[in-house]
Every structure is written in C-alpha cells, then in structure tokens.
Design a protein around this ligand. Structure first.
Ligand SMILES: *Cc1c(COP(=O)(O)O)cnc(C)c1O
Length: 463
C-alpha cells in the first residue's frame, strides 16, 4: 500500500480498527467510531485524511517544540543513516552523535549536571533513574536507601518503573503497579484541593507532606524525590510559588536526591532551557525526552550530576538499552538543539509568546464554565466547573464535561486535550501571536458550545 497515494479514510480506519492497538484508549469504542487519520503537518498545523486543517494545541504529545516540517532535521537523519545508521555504546565503543549530544546537553544543563545516560524515551529514562539512584546509594554504603517518593497524579511514563513513579490511579489499577518501595504524596493542586487555604500556604503545606513522609520512612531509607516542575499529563498543574523553594530546602536538609522530570518542561517549554531554571531548583538528575528531538526521533535520557556519575563509574552499571544514544536520534536531537538556539526560540517564548499567551488565556477565566485559567511558559490549562464561586466539581463522573469540551474543540479544528475536567494546551514553541489569538477564539467558541450542551443535558449540577 502506498502511503502517499492515500486510500479513502474509511478504509484506513477499518485497517486501524482491525489491527492497531492504540495506547491509553478503549480500542473497542474507538474502532466503532473510527480514528482520525493525520497525514501531514507544517508549522503548528496538522492536516487529516479528509483534508481538514487543525491547529495542534498540544505540539503532538508535548514534544514538537520547533514545529512541524523542519527539513534540516530530515536531512540530519538522512545524512546520519548513510554514514552510520546504528552502532551500540555498550562494549567500550562510542560514536560521534552520542558523545557530541552528551557534551552539548552537559553545556546546556545547569550546575554540575554534566553526564548523560541515554534512553529511547522518557519512561525508559525514569526506569534508569530508579536503578541509578539505588545503585548510587548502594555504592555509598547505604543499600537500604531504596525508597523513592513521588506524587499522586504525577506522570513519569508507562513502563513498570515509570508508571510506578507516576501517581495515576487508573494506571495503578491495572497490571500490578506500583512496584515496591515507591510511595506517593499529594500534588500541589491548589484550585482542586486547596480548600480555604491561600495558594501560598497550600504550597507550603503540600511541600511539608514530603518532609512528613521522609520522617515517617526514616531519612536513611529514602533514596530520592521525583517530580515534574509543572505537572503535564496530570492537567497542567502549576504549583504555587511557595512550593518548590520549600521542597528544595527539604531535600537539602535530609540529603535526599532530587529528580526533576523535565520530559515536558525541558527544551524551552517554560521559557528557559529547563523548567528547573524557571523555578530556581537544583536537581541531581533531570529526565529528558520529548522536546529533546522535538519528537522527530524517539530519544530520552537522564542528565546526571558529577557526584552520582562519579560514584556510578566506580563499578559496572548493569543497565542499558540497545538504542541508548542511537546515532540517528542523537544527530536529529543535535540539529533540533541547534535550531532552538540559533533561531532564539526559547528567548522568544520567554520574552514574547508566553506573556502574550498568559494575557490572552487568563481572560478565559471570565467564561461562566471556567474556574481557573492558568499558564506558565507555553503550557496552559482551564478548570471546567459548574460553580466557579465555590471551585465546585461536577456531579457527573469526572471527565464527562472535559470529554464533551474536547469533542467540540476537535470540531472547531483545535487540538485541545482534556484531563478529567481540565482542558490543556501546550503548542509548538514557534507559535505566532496570531495563532495564539486563533486558539483563544476557537477555545472560546468551544466553551460556549460546551456550556450550552451541558445545560441541555442537565449536566451543570455541582457535587
Ligand atoms: C511523556 C512523559 C514521560 C514519558 O515519556 P515517554 O517518552 O512517553 O516514555 C515521562 N515523564 C513526563 C513528565 C512525561 O510527560
């Protein structure tokens, strides 16, 4: 079957339904409905098999930071495939793309994060992190320091390790997660869980849960704390400003390693190279993936501080992936980093695009259906609510209103995702002001349609 001479959509959908198992999907229901087939993309716009053009408010899956259609990346891949399509880095060998990318990441990363262990994805990198921090403590003569503290509603991937670090209840309900010695504390989600506290008090309160958990477990048993600077898949949950400084104080005080999962917040999403810089935190390890290659190739990794890397180096680390530092993926990532840098894309996010989005997005909070409209960098979210004065949740099953809203959004040719009853966007970092305005226009129409629909169906009652 030729992919350039595209067959009718119904035919593609039938093949998809018959043979393709989609991630995080009820495949029976999708098969009956038919998946939307995306065929092309350019800049911030997707085209489907019916020729419909959509604004991609999600940068693919939070990853296409430099936008679609950059031929330089295709050329970098082709060049590398001709020269050296694959070689491993296991048996005392290296290759130019992997070592050059490692050096470049060491230069970009803050502090003494000078060493990179490559993986094929964010999930794999977090699996590496679990084993690396435990091996680090074992080599330091503290093998009992095994427990990793993470957060409810955090997302760290979908492998057994990544899914266990994550705090997604729906994931833990299937397949035997979490694995042992991973425990969870609550998230700093003020709008949803903050009650009568001010955001600042609530941020401190949630940080203090970390301290309480460390003391409960015994600091001598805790290896690390892992968190996303801003929770992405959990619903773009932006912590109160009081949260991160207090977390940093606590991990410093008890000598606990800090792992910042920068898979979304890395590579410019928050207006700095890394979200840790945006929040002034000093992680010992950063997880990276997604924006590292702008999604043009699957690649992830862990950027590791001197102390951990030097300790791990004392012995053989019995861990790695066939595709650790894959030369084609590394070459594409290098080209992506060059473009982010030379086109000053991150500076533009910081100085221009993020402030523009912040201002425009915040106005959505005036809509009767919206409880909060928040953004940081180019990540933004809305809380849908039946009663904004009480920050109330819907009486209907969580996600009902969000799903309806998502359907209207797709109908308006805007890819906006829902997480429960939160609506989220994270567009390519190259988005223009006028395309941001277009997103706001389509989101507003979507909210109007959703509100009318919820009224019509009697779904506006509060819990
Ligand atoms: C997407 C994501 C991951 C997992 O990355 P994959 O490449 O899907 O394995 C891990 N952490 C965070 C914060 C993510 O958003």
């Amino acid at each position: 079957m030729s992919l350039t001479n595209t067959p009718p959509t119904a035919e593609l959908q039938a093949l998809d339904a018959a043979h393709h198992m989609h991630p995080f999907t009820a495949n029976g229901a999708l098969g009956a409905k038919g998946a939307r087939i995306i065929t092309r993309a350019e800049g911030v716009r997707l085209t489907d098999s019916e020729g419909v053009e959509l604004i991609d408010g999600m940068a693919g899956l939070w990853c296409v930071n430099i936008g679609y259609g950059r031929a330089e990346l295709a050329e970098a891949a082709a060049r590398q495939m001709r020269e050296l399509p694959f070689y491993n880095t296991f048996f005392q060998t290296s290759h130019v793309p992997a070592l050059t990318l490692a050096a470049k990441l060491a230069e970009l990363a803050p502090g003494d994060l000078n060493h990179v262990f490559f993986a094929g994805s964010g999930s794999e990198a977090n699996d590496t992190n679990i084993r690396m921090v435990r091996q680090y403590w074992a080599l330091k003569g503290q093998p009992q320091r095994r427990t990793i503290i993470a957060r409810r509603n955090g997302y760290h991937g979908s492998t057994m390790g990544g899914g266990s670090l994550g705090g997604m209840a729906a994931m833990h309900a299937q397949g035997g997660m979490p694995i042992p010695d991973i425990v969870h504390i609550d998230q700093p989600y003020w709008w949803g869980e903050g009650g009568d506290m001010t955001p600042e008090d609530f941020g401190l309160d949630r940080a203090h849960q970390l301290e309480a958990k460390i003391l409960e477990l015994g600091p001598e048993n805790v290896a690390a704390f892992i968190a996303e600077p801003v929770q992405g898949a959990g619903g773009v949950i932006i912590p109160p400003d009081s949260y991160w400084p207090e977390v940093q104080r606590i991990v410093d005080e008890y000598g606990i390693l800090l792992i910042a999962d920068e898979v979304i917040t890395g590579f410019g999403r928050l207006g700095h190279w890394f979200g840790s810089q945006s929040y002034g935190i000093r992680p010992d390890i950063m997880t990276i993936a997604k924006g590292l290659s702008s999604g043009y190739q699957p690649i992830g990794g862990s950027i590791v501080c001197d102390a951990i890397a030097n300790t791990i180096a004392q012995d053989e680390f019995n861990h790695g992936y066939t595709y650790s530092g894959h030369p084609v993926a590394a070459a594409v990532a290098l080209e992506n980093l060059r473009i982010l840098d030379e086109d000053a894309i991150i500076t533009r996010v910081h100085d221009a695009t993020a402030p523009h989005l912040a201002q425009a997005w915040a106005r959505l909070a005036d809509h009767p259906l919206v409880g909060e409209a928040v953004s940081r960098g180019l990540m933004a979210s809305l809380a849908l609510t039946p009663d904004k004065t009480r920050r109330a949740h819907f009486a209907a099953e969580p996600g009902t209103a969000g799903y309806i809203c998502r359907e209207y959004s797709f109908g308006n040719n805007l890819i906006m995702r829902h997480v429960g009853d939160r609506m989220i966007i994270a567009p390519p970092l190259v988005i223009s002001h006028s395309d941001i305005d277009e997103i706001i226009l389509r989101a507003t129409r979507t909210l109007d349609q959703t509100l009318a629909h919820l009224h019509r169906e009697g779904l506006m009652s509060a819990q």
